[in-house]
Each structure stands twice: as structure tokens, then as C-alpha cells.
Design a protein around this ligand. Structure first.
Ligand code: NDP
Length: 330
């Protein structure tokens, strides 16, 4: 195993080139709970981590309001506040936090190289990828208009705020089935808006949905708009869209949940890293190790199942410890 050796940066005539190159022990990409937790651990282990935030500083939690399920905050905390706290904690131990987006990578040999949108290439002995996943939206204008005011892509995060209310979940896969069943335990009624006349979800999940009395499945319906004064008060659906039997339906709801899948933000690295069919980076079970020595993955970019802030943070911790051990040659 090749241990870290400081790169011999040759003095260059071209100042711009030399300032655009750098060598670090631990490069962390992403500023969600996984990235910041990796930074806290790596910094405390004296790895002098450099963390690039990505486009959405703070990650997906910055788009949620109240977070009530992150341990240690009995009164709850807002997503942006939680991320600010994590950032400060990472900075306290000396993490070099920079705003920037990874544009390309070369993991063909050591040192590992990642180039950012400002043109800078960072050479690193270890790289922790914590770039997260992006929830898919339908692309309606109304989804932006009511973001954080009735529109959510995470039932586990936001479902609690809709206790006793009526909500809709869009999607027909395992996530939609799981979220609809979860919400049914909190809400008065859950509409499951399914674009086809069958669910993609596993048979077991389908059965749970069918057996839940307060879930109503709206087969062959597509959401086309939302309405409401300040917050979501209802959705406009089209039944059998594009057929002679097409019909518009309006439902009154307080919450509109998207569950039509996530896209892991792994494309920049996919030339070198093994991913599953959906693009989630594969790790050696029980570790954060990818197929490339020295490259580790943490958080939602490698997790199609749990996708929680606390699981992301836990895997960020694992990645920093794995990186430290890699550098130590053990
Ligand atoms: P999937 O890709 O499996 O399902 C997405 C669903 O959303 C499909 O029903 C799809 O419809 C629907 N959809 C997609 N685009 C639109 C659109 N524009 N309008 C309306 N509906 C749309 O994603 P999931 O997040 O459900 O699951 C991802 C992976 O994670 C799967 O492998 C799943 O099995 C797994 N998973 C496992 C769980 C578990 O084991 N407990 C829990 C959650 C996820 P259509 O069917 O028509 O294509």
C-alpha cells in the first residue's frame, strides 16, 4: 500500500499553474452531515482535511425546516442551524472549508486528483466522497413556489408536521410505498398518486399499502399543479393523461410528498468507482472503502436505503477512520 508522501511541487514559471495545484492528505467532497462529520474526525486525527462544499452548502438538510430526529436536540433544530453547527465544529479543529464543485477526477493512480470548478486541481492521498443524492422532483413551478411550505421529498423528515392532516405521496416504488405507510400512521388520510395502474414496489410493500385503510391509491393520476394562499392547500391531478378519458381532479391536501426516486451525485467519479445500476457508489460492506484504494464514500451517495442525517453522519465518521488507517498503512 502506498503511503502518503508530500508532493514535490516543482517551482513553476507559470504562477497560475502552481497556485492551481495543491497536495493534501485528506480531501473531503461534500458539506452535508457525512462530509462535516468526516471533517471533524479527520481534523482531530491531524489529517488537515480540505473540504469542498459543493453547490448546495450544507446539503439536503438546508432545504428542510425543523429537524426533530437528530439525537442531541431534544427541542429540535432547524436544518440550516444544524448544518451551521457542524460546519463550525469542523472549522474548530482546523478543517479548511472551501466553496467549490468537483468537476472531474483522476483516480487512475496515486496521488488521487480532483479538479474543481475554479480550475484548481487538488492532489490527495485520500479522498472522501460525501456528495449526497438529489431527490427527484416532477419539475412543476409550484414545487419551487411551495418549497418548505407543504412540498417535501422526505416523509421521515417532515411527516410529523402533518399529524392529523391530509397529504399526497407521488410515486409507486418502494420509497413511495414506505413513505405512504409511514405517513398513514401520522396523518388522517394519504393519497398515493401513481402514474400507472400498478406499483413498482416490492410485493411485500404493496401489501402493506393495500392493508392500510387510510391510504387511497389514485391509479393513473399525475400531479400537474398545486394551489394554496401561502402554503399548499391542494393539488391538481390529471387522470389518464393523454387518453380520450382524460379528466382533471382536484384534491385538498396540506402536504405534497415526492417519492419518485433520488439521483446519487456520483457521475464525476463513476469512471473509476463501481456503482450500482442507479449510480450509488458501492462500498465494501461494513466499511466506507470503494474499489479504489484511498477513496472512501459516505452518506447518501452510497446509501439507497436509510438516507438519514444521522446515518450519513455515522458513515462520515467511518470514512475518516478508514482514511486515517489507510494513511497509517494498516
Ligand atoms: P424507484 O425508481 O424504484 O421508483 C420510482 C417510482 O416513482 C416509480 O413508481 C415511478 O413510476 C415513479 N415515478 C418516476 N418518475 C415519475 C414522474 N415523473 N411522475 C410520476 N411518477 C414517477 O425509486 P425508489 O426511490 O422507490 O426506490 C429506489 C431503490 O431503493 C429501489 O431499488 C428500491 O427497491 C429501493 N428501496 C428499498 C427500500 C426497502 O427495501 N425498504 C425502501 C426504499 C427504496 P413507474 O413505476 O411508472 O416508473
Amino acid at each position: 500500500m502506498e503511503l502518503f508522501k508530500p508532493l514535490n511541487v516543482q517551482p513553476s514559471e507559470d504562477k497560475r499553474t502552481s497556485s492551481l495545484k495543491e497536495n493534501v492528505r485528506c480531501l473531503i467532497i461534500g458539506s452535508g452531515p457525512a462530509g462535516y462529520t468526516a471533517a471533524i474526525y479527520a481534523a482531530r486525527a491531524n489529517l488537515h482535511p480540505v473540504l469542498y462544499t459543493g453547490m448546495e452548502m450544507g446539503g439536503q438538510l438546508t432545504t428542510t425546516t425543523e429537524v426533530e430526529n437528530f439525537p442531541g436536540f431534544p427541542e429540535g433544530v432547524t436544518g440550516p442551524q444544524l448544518m451551521e453547527q457542524m460546519k463550525k465544529q469542523a472549522e474548530r479543529f482546523g478543517t479548511d472549508i472551501r466553496f467549490g464543485v468537483a468537476m472531474s477526477a483522476d483516480f487512475s493512480h496515486s496521488p488521487l486528483k480532483v479538479t474543481f470548478d475554479d480550475g484548481k486541481t487538488v492532489e490527495a492521498a485520500t479522498v472522501i466522497i460525501a456528495t449526497g443524492a438529489t431527490a427527484k422532483y416532477l419539475g412543476l413551478e409550484a414545487e419551487k413556489k411551495y418549497a418548505g411550505r407543504g412540498v417535501s421529498a422526505c416523509a421521515t423528515c417532515d411527516g410529523f408536521f402533518y399529524r392529523g392532516k391530509d397529504v399526497a405521496v407521488v410515486g409507486g416504488g418502494d420509497t413511495a410505498a414506505e413513505e405512504a405507510t409511514y405517513l398513514a400512521g401520522l396523518c388522517r388520510k394519504v393519497y398515493l398518486v401513481v402514474r400507472r395502474n400498478e406499483l413498482r414496489a416490492s410485493k411485500a410493500m404493496q401489501q402493506r399499502v393495500f392493508n392500510t385503510p387510510n391510504i387511497e391509491i389514485l391509479w393513473e393520476h399525475q400531479a400537474v399543479d398545486l394551489f394554496g394562499e401561502e402554503v399548499v392547500e391542494g393539488a391538481v391531478l390529471v387522470k389518464k393523461k393523454g387518453t380520450p378519458g382524460e379528466e382533471q381532479v382536484r384534491i385538498k391536501i396540506d402536504g405534497f410528498f415526492l417519492a419518485i426516486g433520488h439521483t446519487p451525485n456520483s457521475s464525476v467519479f463513476s469512471k473509476y468507482l463501481e456503482t450500482d445500476a442507479a449510480g450509488y457508489i458501492k462500498t465494501v460492506p461494513g466499511t466506507s472503502k470503494t474499489n479504489v484504494p484511498g477513496v472512501f464514500a459516505a452518506g447518501d451517495v452510497q446509501d439507497p436505503h436509510y438516507r438519514q442525517a444521522v446515518t450519513a453522519a455515522g458513515s462520515g465518521c467511518m470514512a475518516a477512520i478508514d482514511a486515517e488507517r489507510f494513511l497509517a498503512g494498516s
